[in-house]
Design a protein around this ligand. Structure first.
Ligand SMILES: Cc1cc2nc3c(=O)[nH]c(=O)nc-3n(C[C@H](O)[C@H](O)[C@H](O)COP(=O)(O)OP(=O)(O)OC[C@H]3O[C@@H](n4cnc5c(N)ncnc54)[C@H](O)[C@@H]3O)c2cc1C
Length: 482
Protein backbone atom coordinates (compact mmCIF):
# COMPACT_ATOMS: atom_id res chain seq x y z
CA UNK A 1 0.00 0.00 0.00
CA UNK A 2 1.41 3.45 -0.88
CA UNK A 3 1.72 5.85 2.08
CA UNK A 4 -1.50 7.92 2.41
CA UNK A 5 0.31 11.25 1.89
CA UNK A 6 1.97 10.06 -1.36
CA UNK A 7 1.08 12.38 -4.23
CA UNK A 8 -0.41 10.63 -7.25
CA UNK A 9 0.94 12.94 -9.94
CA UNK A 10 3.50 15.77 -10.14
CA UNK A 11 3.64 17.81 -13.35
CA UNK A 12 6.72 19.91 -14.10
CA UNK A 13 5.72 22.92 -16.22
CA UNK A 14 2.35 24.56 -16.78
CA UNK A 15 2.11 25.08 -20.54
CA UNK A 16 -1.08 23.97 -22.28
CA UNK A 17 0.20 20.39 -22.40
CA UNK A 18 1.18 20.29 -18.73
CA UNK A 19 -2.21 21.66 -17.70
CA UNK A 20 -4.08 19.33 -20.10
CA UNK A 21 -2.28 16.33 -18.59
CA UNK A 22 -2.96 17.57 -15.06
CA UNK A 23 -6.65 18.13 -15.79
CA UNK A 24 -7.12 14.72 -17.43
CA UNK A 25 -5.52 13.00 -14.45
CA UNK A 26 -7.37 15.08 -11.86
CA UNK A 27 -10.65 14.25 -13.63
CA UNK A 28 -9.71 10.59 -13.23
CA UNK A 29 -9.70 11.16 -9.48
CA UNK A 30 -5.94 11.43 -8.91
CA UNK A 31 -4.23 13.93 -6.59
CA UNK A 32 -2.30 16.22 -8.93
CA UNK A 33 0.11 19.11 -8.34
CA UNK A 34 1.73 21.31 -11.01
CA UNK A 35 5.13 22.98 -10.49
CA UNK A 36 5.94 25.99 -12.70
CA UNK A 37 9.31 27.75 -12.75
CA UNK A 38 7.97 31.19 -13.58
CA UNK A 39 5.77 33.41 -11.47
CA UNK A 40 2.74 32.79 -13.68
CA UNK A 41 1.21 29.69 -15.26
CA UNK A 42 0.85 29.23 -18.97
CA UNK A 43 4.08 28.54 -20.89
CA UNK A 44 3.37 29.57 -24.48
CA UNK A 45 0.01 31.11 -23.50
CA UNK A 46 1.07 34.09 -21.40
CA UNK A 47 -0.14 37.68 -21.92
CA UNK A 48 1.74 40.71 -20.59
CA UNK A 49 1.95 44.47 -20.98
CA UNK A 50 5.27 44.13 -22.76
CA UNK A 51 5.42 47.64 -24.25
CA UNK A 52 3.17 50.28 -22.69
CA UNK A 53 0.45 50.28 -20.02
CA UNK A 54 -2.88 49.13 -21.44
CA UNK A 55 -1.32 47.16 -24.34
CA UNK A 56 -1.80 43.43 -23.69
CA UNK A 57 0.64 41.37 -25.75
CA UNK A 58 0.67 37.60 -26.07
CA UNK A 59 4.26 36.69 -25.34
CA UNK A 60 3.93 33.57 -27.52
CA UNK A 61 0.74 32.09 -29.01
CA UNK A 62 -2.20 34.21 -30.12
CA UNK A 63 -3.88 32.29 -32.93
CA UNK A 64 -5.75 29.50 -31.19
CA UNK A 65 -6.40 27.54 -34.36
CA UNK A 66 -6.52 24.21 -32.53
CA UNK A 67 -8.80 25.20 -29.67
CA UNK A 68 -12.09 24.84 -31.59
CA UNK A 69 -10.92 21.51 -33.06
CA UNK A 70 -8.65 19.65 -30.66
CA UNK A 71 -10.46 16.74 -29.00
CA UNK A 72 -9.15 17.99 -25.64
CA UNK A 73 -10.53 21.52 -25.94
CA UNK A 74 -13.60 20.76 -28.03
CA UNK A 75 -15.25 18.96 -25.17
CA UNK A 76 -14.96 22.01 -22.95
CA UNK A 77 -15.61 25.02 -25.23
CA UNK A 78 -18.76 26.00 -23.31
CA UNK A 79 -16.93 25.56 -20.04
CA UNK A 80 -14.03 27.66 -21.36
CA UNK A 81 -16.42 30.47 -22.29
CA UNK A 82 -18.10 30.31 -18.90
CA UNK A 83 -14.63 30.63 -17.37
CA UNK A 84 -13.85 33.77 -19.42
CA UNK A 85 -12.02 32.33 -22.45
CA UNK A 86 -14.12 33.52 -25.40
CA UNK A 87 -13.02 32.83 -28.97
CA UNK A 88 -13.15 35.74 -31.46
CA UNK A 89 -12.92 34.76 -35.13
CA UNK A 90 -11.69 37.12 -37.88
CA UNK A 91 -13.55 37.25 -41.21
CA UNK A 92 -10.28 36.30 -42.98
CA UNK A 93 -8.53 33.35 -41.33
CA UNK A 94 -5.18 34.24 -42.87
CA UNK A 95 -3.87 36.42 -45.67
CA UNK A 96 -0.69 36.44 -47.72
CA UNK A 97 0.32 39.94 -48.82
CA UNK A 98 1.71 40.40 -52.32
CA UNK A 99 3.34 43.33 -54.10
CA UNK A 100 1.10 45.79 -55.87
CA UNK A 101 -1.49 45.92 -53.08
CA UNK A 102 -2.67 42.37 -53.75
CA UNK A 103 -3.30 39.57 -51.27
CA UNK A 104 -4.39 35.95 -51.28
CA UNK A 105 -6.70 34.86 -48.49
CA UNK A 106 -8.22 31.85 -46.80
CA UNK A 107 -11.74 32.66 -45.67
CA UNK A 108 -14.45 30.60 -43.98
CA UNK A 109 -15.46 28.28 -46.82
CA UNK A 110 -13.56 26.36 -49.47
CA UNK A 111 -15.92 27.85 -52.02
CA UNK A 112 -15.28 31.51 -51.13
CA UNK A 113 -11.52 30.91 -50.95
CA UNK A 114 -11.43 29.02 -54.23
CA UNK A 115 -13.51 31.62 -56.08
CA UNK A 116 -10.98 34.33 -55.16
CA UNK A 117 -8.19 32.23 -56.73
CA UNK A 118 -9.50 32.63 -60.28
CA UNK A 119 -8.05 29.99 -62.61
CA UNK A 120 -6.86 27.96 -59.61
CA UNK A 121 -10.40 27.63 -58.30
CA UNK A 122 -10.96 24.00 -59.22
CA UNK A 123 -7.43 22.91 -58.20
CA UNK A 124 -8.08 24.39 -54.74
CA UNK A 125 -11.52 22.78 -54.51
CA UNK A 126 -10.12 19.37 -55.51
CA UNK A 127 -7.39 19.58 -52.88
CA UNK A 128 -9.24 21.08 -49.95
CA UNK A 129 -12.90 20.16 -50.53
CA UNK A 130 -12.80 16.49 -49.48
CA UNK A 131 -10.44 17.15 -46.56
CA UNK A 132 -12.55 19.98 -45.14
CA UNK A 133 -15.68 17.87 -45.61
CA UNK A 134 -14.21 15.41 -43.08
CA UNK A 135 -12.24 17.94 -41.02
CA UNK A 136 -13.25 16.30 -37.75
CA UNK A 137 -11.88 12.94 -38.88
CA UNK A 138 -8.70 14.52 -40.20
CA UNK A 139 -8.05 16.54 -37.04
CA UNK A 140 -8.71 13.49 -34.85
CA UNK A 141 -6.27 11.46 -36.97
CA UNK A 142 -3.49 14.05 -37.00
CA UNK A 143 -3.80 15.00 -33.33
CA UNK A 144 -4.25 11.39 -32.14
CA UNK A 145 -1.57 10.91 -29.53
CA UNK A 146 -1.00 7.17 -29.99
CA UNK A 147 -0.64 5.32 -33.27
CA UNK A 148 -3.81 3.43 -33.92
CA UNK A 149 -5.90 2.77 -37.04
CA UNK A 150 -7.46 6.13 -38.02
CA UNK A 151 -11.20 6.54 -37.63
CA UNK A 152 -11.32 8.16 -41.10
CA UNK A 153 -8.93 6.02 -43.19
CA UNK A 154 -10.01 7.41 -46.57
CA UNK A 155 -9.50 11.01 -45.46
CA UNK A 156 -6.14 10.17 -43.87
CA UNK A 157 -5.00 8.41 -47.05
CA UNK A 158 -6.03 11.43 -49.12
CA UNK A 159 -4.19 13.72 -46.69
CA UNK A 160 -1.06 11.55 -46.81
CA UNK A 161 -1.09 11.45 -50.62
CA UNK A 162 -1.00 15.24 -50.84
CA UNK A 163 0.89 15.96 -47.64
CA UNK A 164 3.83 13.56 -47.60
CA UNK A 165 5.50 15.54 -50.36
CA UNK A 166 7.00 18.98 -50.24
CA UNK A 167 5.37 22.40 -50.37
CA UNK A 168 7.21 22.92 -53.66
CA UNK A 169 5.46 19.91 -55.16
CA UNK A 170 2.12 21.03 -53.74
CA UNK A 171 2.56 24.49 -55.26
CA UNK A 172 2.88 22.96 -58.72
CA UNK A 173 -0.84 22.09 -58.61
CA UNK A 174 -1.45 25.84 -58.96
CA UNK A 175 -0.60 28.39 -61.63
CA UNK A 176 -1.49 31.78 -60.10
CA UNK A 177 1.02 33.71 -58.01
CA UNK A 178 -1.71 34.12 -55.37
CA UNK A 179 -2.36 30.41 -54.83
CA UNK A 180 1.33 29.50 -54.92
CA UNK A 181 2.16 32.23 -52.39
CA UNK A 182 -0.66 31.06 -50.15
CA UNK A 183 0.89 27.57 -50.17
CA UNK A 184 4.33 28.97 -49.34
CA UNK A 185 3.11 31.11 -46.45
CA UNK A 186 1.16 28.40 -44.70
CA UNK A 187 3.64 25.57 -45.34
CA UNK A 188 6.53 27.68 -44.01
CA UNK A 189 5.02 27.31 -40.52
CA UNK A 190 6.88 23.97 -40.66
CA UNK A 191 10.17 25.87 -40.22
CA UNK A 192 11.76 23.69 -42.90
CA UNK A 193 12.99 24.34 -46.46
CA UNK A 194 9.94 24.18 -48.71
CA UNK A 195 11.40 21.38 -50.83
CA UNK A 196 11.46 18.99 -47.86
CA UNK A 197 9.09 16.06 -47.41
CA UNK A 198 6.06 16.69 -45.21
CA UNK A 199 6.12 20.48 -45.54
CA UNK A 200 2.94 20.13 -47.62
CA UNK A 201 1.22 18.32 -44.74
CA UNK A 202 1.84 21.23 -42.35
CA UNK A 203 0.25 23.66 -44.80
CA UNK A 204 -2.69 21.49 -45.79
CA UNK A 205 -3.52 20.66 -42.18
CA UNK A 206 -3.31 24.29 -41.07
CA UNK A 207 -5.52 25.33 -44.00
CA UNK A 208 -8.13 22.75 -42.99
CA UNK A 209 -8.11 24.19 -39.46
CA UNK A 210 -8.54 27.67 -40.98
CA UNK A 211 -11.65 26.59 -42.86
CA UNK A 212 -13.04 24.63 -39.96
CA UNK A 213 -12.16 26.77 -36.95
CA UNK A 214 -11.35 30.18 -38.48
CA UNK A 215 -8.04 30.78 -36.62
CA UNK A 216 -9.57 32.66 -33.67
CA UNK A 217 -7.94 34.57 -30.84
CA UNK A 218 -8.97 34.61 -27.19
CA UNK A 219 -10.66 37.83 -26.13
CA UNK A 220 -8.34 39.74 -23.83
CA UNK A 221 -5.30 37.51 -24.42
CA UNK A 222 -4.20 33.89 -24.51
CA UNK A 223 -3.64 33.89 -20.75
CA UNK A 224 -7.44 33.73 -20.35
CA UNK A 225 -7.27 30.21 -21.77
CA UNK A 226 -4.76 29.27 -19.10
CA UNK A 227 -6.85 30.91 -16.37
CA UNK A 228 -9.78 28.78 -17.56
CA UNK A 229 -7.74 25.55 -17.56
CA UNK A 230 -6.24 26.32 -14.17
CA UNK A 231 -9.74 27.06 -12.79
CA UNK A 232 -11.04 23.75 -14.12
CA UNK A 233 -8.04 21.97 -12.59
CA UNK A 234 -8.60 23.56 -9.19
CA UNK A 235 -12.28 22.55 -9.32
CA UNK A 236 -11.08 18.95 -9.70
CA UNK A 237 -8.89 19.33 -6.62
CA UNK A 238 -5.59 19.92 -8.44
CA UNK A 239 -2.99 22.32 -7.02
CA UNK A 240 -0.66 24.67 -8.89
CA UNK A 241 2.61 26.16 -7.64
CA UNK A 242 4.45 29.02 -9.38
CA UNK A 243 8.01 30.23 -8.80
CA UNK A 244 9.11 26.59 -8.45
CA UNK A 245 11.91 25.81 -10.96
CA UNK A 246 12.68 22.09 -10.80
CA UNK A 247 16.37 21.20 -11.08
CA UNK A 248 16.38 17.71 -9.55
CA UNK A 249 13.77 15.09 -8.77
CA UNK A 250 14.46 15.89 -5.13
CA UNK A 251 12.82 19.32 -5.70
CA UNK A 252 9.50 17.50 -6.17
CA UNK A 253 7.33 15.62 -3.71
CA UNK A 254 7.48 11.86 -4.18
CA UNK A 255 4.71 10.93 -6.59
CA UNK A 256 3.46 7.78 -8.26
CA UNK A 257 3.88 9.49 -11.64
CA UNK A 258 5.90 12.54 -12.68
CA UNK A 259 5.19 14.25 -15.99
CA UNK A 260 7.55 16.69 -17.71
CA UNK A 261 6.09 19.51 -19.78
CA UNK A 262 9.70 20.40 -20.53
CA UNK A 263 12.22 19.86 -23.29
CA UNK A 264 13.50 16.27 -23.35
CA UNK A 265 16.97 17.63 -22.54
CA UNK A 266 15.63 19.39 -19.43
CA UNK A 267 13.93 16.17 -18.33
CA UNK A 268 17.25 14.33 -18.67
CA UNK A 269 18.97 17.04 -16.60
CA UNK A 270 16.35 16.67 -13.89
CA UNK A 271 15.90 12.89 -13.82
CA UNK A 272 19.48 11.94 -14.73
CA UNK A 273 20.33 8.31 -14.19
CA UNK A 274 16.77 7.35 -13.37
CA UNK A 275 16.36 7.35 -17.17
CA UNK A 276 17.81 4.41 -19.13
CA UNK A 277 21.09 5.24 -20.89
CA UNK A 278 19.64 4.26 -24.29
CA UNK A 279 16.82 6.74 -23.85
CA UNK A 280 19.25 9.48 -22.82
CA UNK A 281 21.41 8.76 -25.86
CA UNK A 282 18.38 9.07 -28.17
CA UNK A 283 17.37 12.35 -26.54
CA UNK A 284 20.89 13.69 -27.14
CA UNK A 285 20.38 13.01 -30.86
CA UNK A 286 16.99 14.76 -31.01
CA UNK A 287 17.50 17.72 -33.36
CA UNK A 288 16.46 21.31 -32.65
CA UNK A 289 14.68 23.36 -35.27
CA UNK A 290 15.53 26.95 -36.23
CA UNK A 291 14.90 29.78 -33.81
CA UNK A 292 12.62 32.79 -34.10
CA UNK A 293 13.21 36.51 -33.74
CA UNK A 294 10.02 38.19 -32.49
CA UNK A 295 8.89 41.80 -32.33
CA UNK A 296 5.96 43.17 -30.33
CA UNK A 297 4.64 46.62 -31.10
CA UNK A 298 2.23 49.11 -29.54
CA UNK A 299 0.66 50.99 -32.44
CA UNK A 300 -1.30 54.25 -32.56
CA UNK A 301 -3.62 52.80 -35.23
CA UNK A 302 -4.28 49.75 -37.40
CA UNK A 303 -1.57 48.58 -39.82
CA UNK A 304 -2.16 50.44 -43.13
CA UNK A 305 -2.06 47.34 -45.34
CA UNK A 306 -2.44 48.21 -49.02
CA UNK A 307 -4.53 45.09 -49.54
CA UNK A 308 -7.88 45.52 -47.82
CA UNK A 309 -8.10 41.77 -47.10
CA UNK A 310 -5.04 41.99 -44.85
CA UNK A 311 -6.88 44.50 -42.65
CA UNK A 312 -9.45 41.81 -41.79
CA UNK A 313 -7.06 38.93 -41.07
CA UNK A 314 -5.62 38.25 -37.62
CA UNK A 315 -2.71 36.45 -39.33
CA UNK A 316 -0.81 37.86 -42.31
CA UNK A 317 2.05 36.01 -44.00
CA UNK A 318 4.77 38.15 -45.59
CA UNK A 319 7.60 37.31 -47.90
CA UNK A 320 6.27 37.75 -51.42
CA UNK A 321 6.07 34.99 -54.01
CA UNK A 322 6.50 31.25 -53.46
CA UNK A 323 10.10 31.44 -54.67
CA UNK A 324 10.91 34.38 -52.39
CA UNK A 325 9.53 32.59 -49.31
CA UNK A 326 11.29 29.35 -50.29
CA UNK A 327 14.57 31.16 -50.70
CA UNK A 328 14.23 32.88 -47.28
CA UNK A 329 13.52 29.54 -45.57
CA UNK A 330 16.43 27.91 -47.43
CA UNK A 331 18.70 30.65 -46.07
CA UNK A 332 17.64 29.83 -42.50
CA UNK A 333 18.21 26.09 -43.00
CA UNK A 334 21.72 26.87 -44.22
CA UNK A 335 22.48 28.95 -41.13
CA UNK A 336 22.02 32.35 -42.81
CA UNK A 337 19.78 35.31 -41.96
CA UNK A 338 17.42 36.10 -44.82
CA UNK A 339 17.70 39.63 -46.20
CA UNK A 340 13.94 39.61 -46.89
CA UNK A 341 12.64 37.12 -44.32
CA UNK A 342 9.37 35.24 -44.38
CA UNK A 343 7.36 36.73 -41.50
CA UNK A 344 4.25 35.67 -39.63
CA UNK A 345 2.41 38.82 -38.52
CA UNK A 346 -0.36 38.62 -35.93
CA UNK A 347 -2.81 41.45 -35.29
CA UNK A 348 -5.20 40.25 -32.59
CA UNK A 349 -6.74 43.68 -32.22
CA UNK A 350 -8.36 43.31 -35.66
CA UNK A 351 -11.03 41.33 -33.80
CA UNK A 352 -10.29 42.15 -30.18
CA UNK A 353 -10.58 45.79 -29.11
CA UNK A 354 -9.64 44.92 -25.53
CA UNK A 355 -5.97 44.36 -26.39
CA UNK A 356 -5.10 48.07 -26.50
CA UNK A 357 -6.49 51.49 -25.47
CA UNK A 358 -9.35 52.75 -27.70
CA UNK A 359 -8.32 53.11 -31.35
CA UNK A 360 -4.84 51.72 -30.71
CA UNK A 361 -3.45 48.29 -31.52
CA UNK A 362 -1.03 45.56 -30.54
CA UNK A 363 0.92 43.66 -33.17
CA UNK A 364 3.55 40.96 -33.21
CA UNK A 365 5.64 39.35 -35.91
CA UNK A 366 8.41 36.82 -36.02
CA UNK A 367 10.76 35.48 -38.62
CA UNK A 368 12.81 32.30 -38.59
CA UNK A 369 16.52 32.55 -37.82
CA UNK A 370 19.29 29.98 -37.29
CA UNK A 371 19.05 28.24 -33.91
CA UNK A 372 20.81 30.26 -31.19
CA UNK A 373 20.94 33.45 -33.30
CA UNK A 374 21.42 36.81 -31.60
CA UNK A 375 21.18 38.85 -34.79
CA UNK A 376 18.78 41.80 -34.57
CA UNK A 377 16.18 41.33 -37.33
CA UNK A 378 14.14 44.43 -36.40
CA UNK A 379 14.81 46.47 -39.51
CA UNK A 380 14.42 43.49 -41.86
CA UNK A 381 11.01 42.59 -40.38
CA UNK A 382 9.84 46.21 -40.37
CA UNK A 383 11.03 46.64 -43.98
CA UNK A 384 8.88 43.67 -44.96
CA UNK A 385 5.83 45.22 -43.26
CA UNK A 386 6.52 48.64 -44.86
CA UNK A 387 6.71 46.88 -48.24
CA UNK A 388 3.06 45.85 -47.96
CA UNK A 389 1.84 48.60 -45.58
CA UNK A 390 3.69 51.87 -46.28
CA UNK A 391 3.58 54.24 -43.32
CA UNK A 392 3.61 51.42 -40.76
CA UNK A 393 6.67 52.74 -38.90
CA UNK A 394 4.93 56.09 -38.30
CA UNK A 395 2.39 54.27 -36.09
CA UNK A 396 4.92 52.65 -33.76
CA UNK A 397 4.56 53.91 -30.19
CA UNK A 398 6.87 51.30 -28.68
CA UNK A 399 8.52 48.03 -29.63
CA UNK A 400 10.11 45.12 -27.78
CA UNK A 401 12.30 42.56 -29.51
CA UNK A 402 13.12 39.00 -28.44
CA UNK A 403 15.94 37.19 -30.19
CA UNK A 404 16.30 33.42 -30.25
CA UNK A 405 18.54 33.29 -27.17
CA UNK A 406 16.19 35.54 -25.21
CA UNK A 407 13.27 33.29 -26.20
CA UNK A 408 15.00 30.42 -24.39
CA UNK A 409 15.61 32.65 -21.38
CA UNK A 410 11.87 33.33 -21.27
CA UNK A 411 10.97 29.66 -21.61
CA UNK A 412 13.63 26.94 -21.30
CA UNK A 413 11.57 24.70 -23.61
CA UNK A 414 12.53 26.95 -26.55
CA UNK A 415 16.08 25.63 -26.93
CA UNK A 416 18.07 28.12 -28.99
CA UNK A 417 14.79 29.84 -29.85
CA UNK A 418 13.19 26.69 -31.34
CA UNK A 419 9.55 27.29 -30.47
CA UNK A 420 8.38 23.98 -31.96
CA UNK A 421 10.03 21.68 -29.40
CA UNK A 422 12.30 20.02 -32.00
CA UNK A 423 12.80 20.12 -35.78
CA UNK A 424 9.70 19.02 -37.69
CA UNK A 425 11.50 16.62 -40.02
CA UNK A 426 9.72 13.51 -41.26
CA UNK A 427 11.56 11.33 -38.75
CA UNK A 428 11.03 13.66 -35.81
CA UNK A 429 7.37 14.10 -36.63
CA UNK A 430 6.78 10.35 -36.64
CA UNK A 431 9.11 9.57 -33.74
CA UNK A 432 9.19 12.34 -31.21
CA UNK A 433 11.56 12.60 -29.31
CA UNK A 434 12.67 8.96 -29.52
CA UNK A 435 11.71 5.84 -31.45
CA UNK A 436 9.20 4.24 -29.08
CA UNK A 437 5.73 2.80 -29.58
CA UNK A 438 4.45 5.02 -26.78
CA UNK A 439 6.45 8.28 -26.98
CA UNK A 440 5.26 9.56 -23.59
CA UNK A 441 6.93 6.73 -21.65
CA UNK A 442 10.63 7.12 -21.01
CA UNK A 443 11.65 3.62 -19.98
CA UNK A 444 11.85 4.73 -16.34
CA UNK A 445 8.80 3.62 -14.36
CA UNK A 446 6.75 6.64 -13.28
CA UNK A 447 8.50 9.24 -15.48
CA UNK A 448 6.74 10.64 -18.56
CA UNK A 449 7.30 13.40 -21.13
CA UNK A 450 4.19 15.44 -22.05
CA UNK A 451 5.48 18.56 -23.85
CA UNK A 452 5.34 19.61 -27.50
CA UNK A 453 8.45 17.47 -28.02
CA UNK A 454 6.04 14.50 -28.12
CA UNK A 455 3.31 13.81 -30.71
CA UNK A 456 1.41 15.59 -32.09
CA UNK A 457 3.99 18.38 -31.63
CA UNK A 458 3.80 22.15 -31.33
CA UNK A 459 0.64 24.20 -30.96
CA UNK A 460 -1.95 24.89 -28.31
CA UNK A 461 -4.05 21.72 -28.50
CA UNK A 462 -3.25 19.94 -25.24
CA UNK A 463 -3.03 16.58 -26.98
CA UNK A 464 0.57 15.83 -25.94
CA UNK A 465 -0.68 16.15 -22.37
CA UNK A 466 -3.69 13.94 -23.08
CA UNK A 467 -1.44 11.26 -24.58
CA UNK A 468 0.86 11.26 -21.57
CA UNK A 469 -2.10 11.21 -19.17
CA UNK A 470 -3.48 8.10 -20.91
CA UNK A 471 -0.11 6.37 -20.56
CA UNK A 472 -0.06 7.23 -16.84
CA UNK A 473 -3.59 5.92 -16.31
CA UNK A 474 -2.83 2.69 -18.17
CA UNK A 475 0.34 2.12 -16.13
CA UNK A 476 -1.27 2.93 -12.77
CA UNK A 477 -4.18 0.65 -13.57
CA UNK A 478 -1.76 -2.15 -14.45
CA UNK A 479 0.12 -1.58 -11.19
CA UNK A 480 -3.24 -1.33 -9.39
CA UNK A 481 -5.01 1.60 -7.80
CA UNK A 482 -5.42 4.28 -10.51
C1 LIG B 1 6.38 33.49 -30.33
C2 LIG B 1 5.51 32.26 -30.35
C3 LIG B 1 4.32 32.29 -31.04
C4 LIG B 1 3.50 31.16 -31.07
N1 LIG B 1 2.30 31.25 -31.70
C5 LIG B 1 1.45 30.20 -31.65
C6 LIG B 1 0.12 30.35 -32.12
O1 LIG B 1 -0.28 31.45 -32.54
N2 LIG B 1 -0.72 29.28 -32.06
C7 LIG B 1 -0.30 28.08 -31.53
O2 LIG B 1 -1.10 27.11 -31.48
N3 LIG B 1 0.96 27.92 -31.04
C8 LIG B 1 1.82 28.95 -31.07
N4 LIG B 1 3.07 28.84 -30.51
C9 LIG B 1 3.50 27.52 -30.01
C10 LIG B 1 2.87 27.18 -28.67
O3 LIG B 1 2.97 28.27 -27.79
C11 LIG B 1 3.59 25.96 -28.08
O4 LIG B 1 3.62 24.91 -29.04
C12 LIG B 1 2.87 25.44 -26.84
O5 LIG B 1 2.82 26.46 -25.86
C13 LIG B 1 3.60 24.24 -26.28
O6 LIG B 1 2.99 23.89 -25.06
P1 LIG B 1 3.74 23.01 -23.96
O7 LIG B 1 2.78 22.82 -22.87
O8 LIG B 1 4.32 21.81 -24.61
O9 LIG B 1 5.00 23.87 -23.47
P2 LIG B 1 5.12 25.40 -23.03
O10 LIG B 1 3.93 26.16 -23.41
O11 LIG B 1 6.43 25.84 -23.59
O12 LIG B 1 5.20 25.35 -21.46
C14 LIG B 1 6.26 24.76 -20.76
C15 LIG B 1 6.26 25.32 -19.35
O13 LIG B 1 7.16 24.55 -18.57
C16 LIG B 1 7.90 25.43 -17.73
N5 LIG B 1 9.15 24.77 -17.37
C17 LIG B 1 10.13 24.35 -18.22
N6 LIG B 1 11.13 23.79 -17.52
C18 LIG B 1 10.77 23.84 -16.20
C19 LIG B 1 11.38 23.40 -14.99
N7 LIG B 1 12.59 22.80 -14.98
N8 LIG B 1 10.73 23.59 -13.81
C20 LIG B 1 9.50 24.16 -13.79
N9 LIG B 1 8.88 24.61 -14.92
C21 LIG B 1 9.51 24.44 -16.10
C22 LIG B 1 8.09 26.67 -18.59
O14 LIG B 1 8.37 27.81 -17.81
C23 LIG B 1 6.73 26.76 -19.28
O15 LIG B 1 5.82 27.51 -18.51
C24 LIG B 1 3.90 29.96 -30.43
C25 LIG B 1 5.10 29.93 -29.73
C26 LIG B 1 5.88 31.08 -29.67
C27 LIG B 1 7.14 31.06 -28.86
Amino acid sequence: MPPPDLLDVAVVGSGPNGLAAALELARAGLRVEVFEARDSLGGGCRTQELTLPGFRHDVCSTIQSMVPLSPFFRGMVTDLEARGARLLTPSVAFAHALDGGRAATVTATVDSTARALGTDRSAYERLMGPLVADATGLVAGVLAPIRRPPSSPVTMARFAAAGLGSAARLSRRFTTEEARALVAGVCAHAMLPLDQALTAAFGIFLTVTAHQGGWPVIEGGSDRLIDALAGALRDEGGLTHTGRPIHHLADLPVARATLFDTSPAMMVDIAGERLPSGYRAQVARFRRGPGVFKLDWALSGPVPWLAEECRRAATVHLGGSFDDVASAEEDVARGRHAARPYCIVVQASVVDATRAPAGQHTLWAYCHVPNGSQVDMTSRIEDQIERFAPGFRDLVLARVSTNAVEAEQHNPNYLGGDIAGGAGTLRQTLFRPTVRWNPYRTGAPGLYLCSASTPPGAGVHGMCGVGAARAVLADLTRRGGA
